[in-house]
Design a protein around this ligand. Structure first.
Ligand code: AMP
Ligand code: MG
Length: 404
């Protein structure tokens, strides 16, 4: 039985990096960048008004006070997309809208709310304006030529917005890992069907497809295969022929009908991991066939989720060249005692809450590793070290967030 760290080492050191692919920005969301991205200009590209109001020379407003206002002559207008092309001289001002370039000569903006319009071209101000007020100076957000997003970062929607501003129309990203899912189990039926005696609906395909897509994979499902060696072998062979990763659920424990490992051996795959000292998720299988990866994850719905997050998620991200492949870990106070499972490290589904300003992990009431109803509400896992029978209520514990 391998320690989690050792299993992960073996898995990651057998994980190839996929080829690059150039895509348009709109297609890049969720993908991993394979080049640093440089801004092609200063951002903002000009000194920009942050308010609707008047652009002016701060010096002109020195000494302005209630009862002794300063008067300025309005000589034009600057709007977003339409600059004022003249010069603001002493005693002059330009009406300006949010997003417009600051006119030459002006060094501040005063907002419309505190300005009195005397007529079309004369305004009054009753307080001095500081130089630079309500201006976003050119280049404070980004400098032309600077690396703004690093190779290995994932393109989130907000990164995409920044990349759009940097002119990154096409990007070198990782190809998406193609992942084929197979659920094993003679007892499994599809969601549309009503289970007969001793049948259950296939649920793992849905959780795994979602998790894998969130990790950047392109997922296809090969459906359910019954517990039969020939059928399992054929399903794996078929899935391997059109994917980079085959992910099975079920059929990896010690029962007479757990046929994933025999099928993999028949196909000539090298089984590198088959048991990990963890709970739930002990019978986690990792195998390689050439450059292709096979995960045989446990069948129980909670075990499969824990095993996916601990092993498959970092693998998929590493394949894409991501620099940050692990889920966030943090400390929180356990709101109730938590049972351990020595000598295995245990992962208790929990919810992270902020109570009285401190982070608490609230273990969910669950009936065991089949309890997908309880797991539905989990957003983190409480880690119980392998040498602990239990964690105490109020103890500061390690938590793995299931949200990245
Ligand atoms: P196994 O690892 O094949 O022995 O499966 C362990 C438990 O998980 C059994 O109770 C299975 O019925 C259940 N199970 C296996 N595959 C699935 C699946 N795709 N969806 C829901 N439950 C499953
Ligand atoms: Mg089974």
């Amino acid at each position: 039985m391998l320690r989690i760290e050792d299993a992960l080492d073996i898995i990651l050191c057998h994980t190839p990096t996929l080829d690059e692919e150039e895509v348009r920005l709109a297609q890049a969301i969720g993908r991993v960048l394979r080049r640093d991205c440089v801004s092609d200009l200063d951002l903002p590209p000009f000194d920009r008004a942050r308010m609707d109001g008047y652009a002016l020379r701060a010096k002109d407003t020195e000494g302005a006070a209630p009862g002794s206002p300063v008067r300025l002559r309005a000589i034009g207008e600057a709007a977003a997309g339409r600059a004022f092309d003249g010069h603001v001289n002493a005693g002059e001002t330009v009406r300006i809208m949010t997003g417009a370039p600051l006119p030459a000569g002006a060094d501040a903006v005063e907002k419309i709310e505190v300005i009195r319009d005397l007529d079309e071209s004369l305004i009054e101000i009753e307080a001095p304006v500081k130089p630079g007020q309500f201006i976003t100076p050119r280049g404070v957000e980004a400098r032309a030529g600077a690396v703004m997003v690093k190779c290995g970062e994932r393109v989130t929607p907000s990164v995409a917005a920044a990349l759009a501003s940097f002119g990154a129309a096409r990007l070198k990203t990782s190809r998406k890992p193609r992942l084929a899912l197979i659920s094993t189990g003679t007892e499994l039926i599809e969601v549309e069907e009503r289970p007969g005696p001793s049948q259950i609906r296939n649920s793992n395909t849905y959780s795994l497809a979602g998790y894998a897509e969130e990790a950047g994979a392109e997922v296809s499902s090969a459906g359910v295969v019954r517990d039969d060696l020939d059928a399992t072998r054929a399903a794996i062979a078929g899935a391997l022929s059109k994917s980079d990763v085959v992910m099975l659920s079920g059929g990896v424990s010690m029962g007479d009908y757990d046929l994933v490992k025999p099928a993999l051996s028949d196909l000539g795959a090298e089984i590198l991991v088959e048991k990990v000292a963890m709970h739930p998720g002990k019978p986690t299988v990792f195998a390689k066939l050439g450059e292709k990866i096979v995960f045989g994850l446990p069948g129980n719905p909670v075990s499969v989720a824990v095993s996916f997050h601990l092993f498959a998620r970092p693998t998929l991200l590493k394949m894409q060249g991501a620099s940050d492949i692990y889920l966030p870990r943090m400390k929180a106070y356990a709101s109730k005692p938590v049972k351990g499972a020595p000598p295995r490290r245990s992962h208790q589904p929990a919810r992270l809450v902020i109570r009285d300003g401190r982070a608490e992990a609230e273990p969910l009431k669950w009936s065991g590793s089949s309890d997908l109803v309880a797991f539905m509400r989990a957003d983190c896992l409480i880690v119980v070290p392998e040498d602990r029978q239990s964690l105490n209520e109020g103890e500061l514990v390690e938590v793995i967030s299931l949200r990245d």
